[in-house]
Design a protein around this ligand. Sequence first.
Ligand SMILES: [Zn+2]
Length: 240
Amino acid sequence: MHFCTVEMVKQNGKWYAHFTLKKEIKFDEPETVIGVDSGEWNVATAVAISKQNQKPMKGKFWSGAKIREIRGKYAHIRRNLQRKKRLDLVKRFGHKEERIVNQQLHTVAKEIVAYAKQFEKPIIVMEKLDGIRDSMNSSAKLNRRLHAWSFRKLQMYVKYKANLEGIPVVYVNPKNTSKRCHRCGHVAQANGREFRCPKCGLVYNRDLNAAINIAHTLMRGMGWGSREPPELPNEVLVKN
Ligand SMILES: [Zn+2]
């Protein structure tokens, strides 16, 4: 533990020094990349790719159904309270909804870290979330803020829990993550739950394709060789 930065801030005519403490954690050289995609249908989708054979293995999905159900239930309650002009209660129910969603996100984060732990020297990679997701259309605008909020929370929990286990977490540029074919690199529009590549004919689970793309971005960044596209679609064993 050591001091990292000192920032001087003036408040009400007085100067304050803000010290930032930084704890250094040493990580081993990673052997397995864990690509994690977060979305609305599946709140998270993970896939593991080892340095040795570079083939995606053991995909896992965490359904977003529970969170959608909670959101739907509370949206209904809120509408009723607004109709009855009980705005005092709207806020209270909002806090309750937030708590319940948080609990769900904590559980998912815990399971993602447990998933990562079963592999040799894992490193978790997720999308950088500053930008707007490329898969979002204008009709999704209303929900965007809520989802962005959930994704950020989930990422925060994953990072915290993973670091406690000595697992590093990094972020990569999300550009075309859900639009790129993980087999041939062609960029196409994904429709529905499936990704269909018009160039090489790949038909693949949309979220799993995105998770593999996220992993590939980091693999390229770490210089894990130039990846030759496989001749056949990657058969990923999916465990639920
Ligand atoms: Zn393709």
